[in-house]
Design a protein around this ligand. Structure first.
Ligand SMILES: Cc1cc2nc3c(=O)[nH]c(=O)nc-3n(C[C@H](O)[C@H](O)[C@H](O)COP(=O)(O)OP(=O)(O)OC[C@H]3O[C@@H](n4cnc5c(N)ncnc54)[C@H](O)[C@@H]3O)c2cc1C
Length: 174
């Protein structure tokens, strides 16, 4: 028997759940009371960051998420998500902060994150203040366009058999 899944909300989270559930062969129904991606998703910047996560469950989740975005980009086409693997640069505002940043990055590296120590930060970002002492480049940091991503994931879910029903889910389950 095919398991049935109901996803309430077609934001980026609901659309991603629908995409992966439909890809796994589940019987998926998605509903939303408004336009696709018009909730918090429409306000998000779409950063997919490893750089700001300390080793632990959140970083592990972010690493998995980063892999899943790459896979979705390959399956759906990076342009449909505006997936851009542009990397991130974190800089230290003073020498005293640089040691802490580098120590944090070393722990992230041990946890599997790619990190690159940068001494000449203005080679990467020429508009930085000249007295910035250094930073760390995170080549895996990326960005998606959240509304496009939600729409593309939902479209792909529908292509894999999911149904989309506009409407509000109301009432309590007793
Ligand atoms: C300014 C800002 C910047 C951000 N930047 C980032 C970032 O760079 N990187 C990052 O990872 N995250 C970022 N976030 C967070 C990110 O945007 C949210 O975590 C994400 O959009 C949540 O998606 P969602 O699908 O859970 O929620 P939503 O996008 O809010 O989707 C929920 C949907 O459910 C629907 N709904 C709700 N109740 C019902 C109901 N009863 N019946 C039917 N439909 C219903 C709504 O209409 C809505 O479409 C940012 C957030 C903000 C505000």
């Amino acid at each position: 028997m095919t398991r049935k899944v109901v996803v309430v909300g077609a934001g980026v989270v609901g659309a991603a759940c629908a995409f992966h559930a439909a890809s796994a062969g589940l019987d998926v129904t998605v509903t939303d009371r408004g336009p696709v991606g018009a909730g918090t998703t429409s306000r998000g910047e779409g950063n997919v960051l490893l750089s700001d996560k300390a080793p632990g469950p959140e970083l592990a989740l972010a690493r998995l998420s980063r892999t899943l975005w790459d896979e979705a980009g390959q399956e759906l086409g990076p342009d449909t998500l505006e997936l851009e693997a542009k990397g991130g640069l974190v800089v230290a505002s003073g020498v005293e902060n640089l040691a802490a940043l580098q120590e944090f990055a070393a722990r992230q590296e041990t946890a599997g994150v790619r990190v690159e120590r940068v001494d000449r930060v203005r080679d990467l970002e020429p508009h930085l203040a000249p007295d910035i002492p250094g930073g760390v480049h995170y080549p895996q940091d990326a960005q998606v366009q959240p509304v496009l991503a939600a729409a593309a994931l939902l479209r792909a879910a529908v292509g894999r058999g999911a149904r989309f029903h506009p409407g509000e889910v109301a009432g309590a389950v007793t």
